[in-house]
Design a protein around this ligand. Structure first.
Ligand SMILES: *Cc1c(COP(=O)(O)O)cnc(C)c1O
Length: 405
């Protein structure tokens, strides 16, 4: 009877609809493959793929990557000009993994004074708890050699630096480090693998917050670490040991965003330059920071090592007080107030440069309070009109800070 030969409905439901092979064309985009378990045809096949997975790109288990996360890894590897890439749930997680992979108790790491702020929290907390010594070097990198110790294992750069966009001479740092067997890791979030290529310039490790320009739409978090072939095995081993992975849905969103990366960056750059030049000529503005401006102290290095600029810039007012900065920000209508950047929309944030630097030596006289803009894809004429309106109350008395106190 059929009752004896055909499995019950509960059993058939487990197998139904799982093998969809339909003749016809192909989708433009890779599929989102969600998976934990990978299935094999035999024990021998399972053993074979497991034996190969540390060296080869094969599918064995979800935490080792899916076809979707591999697709994004390959895209980032190509951008960065590296050997291979691992993905992380956030940009900050990518940074932490770099430190935990290459530093051990008793080791010393040199970190740029211009670093993305949460790295300071990481250094004072987790790294200190693990007995890893940290020294900060000046954002232009000129004091690195003097700060190297026998225990220095890693030099961590972020180029350009946060808020003031200082640029260090990465090829020179790479030469100094290589001669002493020290690794160089670069935060390449600003360059997004398009405007800057640290691995070509002497770094061993390049990481990005793909949350920013790769994702590009303020709707997904992701980090990436790309390395040379020489240092790759240690990174991938530490990620596998810790079970670090990302979801395929998130990887797919970043893949989709990355298709328009160069086009978006070109528009961000053109719009940001329009705004930066306009701000430089404004009577209430004391100073504008963008490495693409000839007035930036590191403009020559930027021209030498970079392939363009992005949507970021900072400026300081003649008025030195925080209240003036807050009032300008609150008066803006087309700029969202919020952290992060790299999406299609314009953003504004207050920044305190004096708290973001510890060894000083950022170029020029140090104003404390800055306004950091991310210029989005809106018409720059509209953004300039918005800034003009927000700055108007300061125009009549640009030099009158003394009267206000
Ligand atoms: C935003 C940012 C990060 C961290 O990225 P998240 O995805 O927000 O964790 C790291 N480095 C730089 C330079 C950043 O701007």
């Amino acid at each position: 009877m059929t009752d004896e030969t055909e499995p019950s409905l509960a059993t058939r439901l487990v197998g139904l609809g799982r093998n969809l092979e339909v003749p016809g064309g192909r989708a433009v985009n890779p599929p989102i493959v969600r998976m934990s378990t990978a299935l094999f045809d035999s024990v021998a096949e399972l053993r074979d793929f497991r034996a190969r997975r540390d060296r080869e790109r094969v599918i064995t288990y979800g935490s080792r990557g899916t076809p979707t996360t591999h697709a994004l890894e390959d895209l980032v590897t190509e951008l960065e000009g590296g050997h291979r890439t691992r993905l992380f749930p956030t940009g900050l997680a990518a940074i932490v993994q770099v430190f935990l992979t290459w530093l051990r108790p008793g080791d010393h790491v040199l970190i740029t004074d211009a670093v993305y702020q949460p790295v300071r929290t990481l250094a004072a907390g987790l790294l200190a708890d693990f007995g890893i010594a940290v020294d900060w070097y000046a954002a232009d990198g000129t004091d690195i050699e003097a700060r190297i110790r026998p225990t220095t294992r890693l030099i961590y750069v972020e180029v350009p630096g946060s808020f003031a966009y200082e640029i260090c001479d990465l090829p020179k740092i790479g030469t100094v480090a290589r001669a002493r067997g020290i690794l160089v890791a670069a935060d390449n979030t600003w360059g997004a693998g398009v405007l800057y290529r640290p691995l070509d310039l002497g770094a061993d490790i390049s990481l990005t917050a793909a949350t920013k320009y790769l994702g590009g739409h303020s709707d997904v978090m992701m980090g990436s670490v790309t390395t040379t072939a020489e240092v790759w095995p240690r990174l991938t081993a530490s990620c596998d040991a810790m079970g670090v992975t990302v979801g395929s849905d998130d990887a797919w969103l970043v893949l989709r965003g990355a298709r328009t990366l160069t086009t978006r960056l070109a528009a961000h750059a053109a719009h940001a330059l329009d705004v930066a030049r306009w701000l430089e000529a404004h009577p209430a503005v004391r100073r504008v920071w963008s490495p693409a401006l000839p007035s930036h102290p590191d403009h020559a290095l930027w021209r030498r090592d970079f392939h363009g600029t992005n949507g970021l810039l900072s400026f300081a007012l003649h008025r030195p007080d925080e209240a003036a900065v807050d009032a300008v920000i609150d008066a803006l209508e087309l700029f969202g107030i919020g952290a992060s950047w790299g999406g299609y929309e314009s953003l504004v944030m207050p920044a305190d440069l004096s708290r973001a630097r510890s060894v000083g030596a950022h170029p020029g006289p140090p104003p404390q309070f800055l306004i950091r803009l991310h210029i989005g894809l809106e018409d720059p004429a509209d953004l300039i009109a918005d800034l003009d309106r927000a700055l108007a109350p300061l125009v009549d008395r640009p030099q009158s800070e003394a009267d206000d106190r």
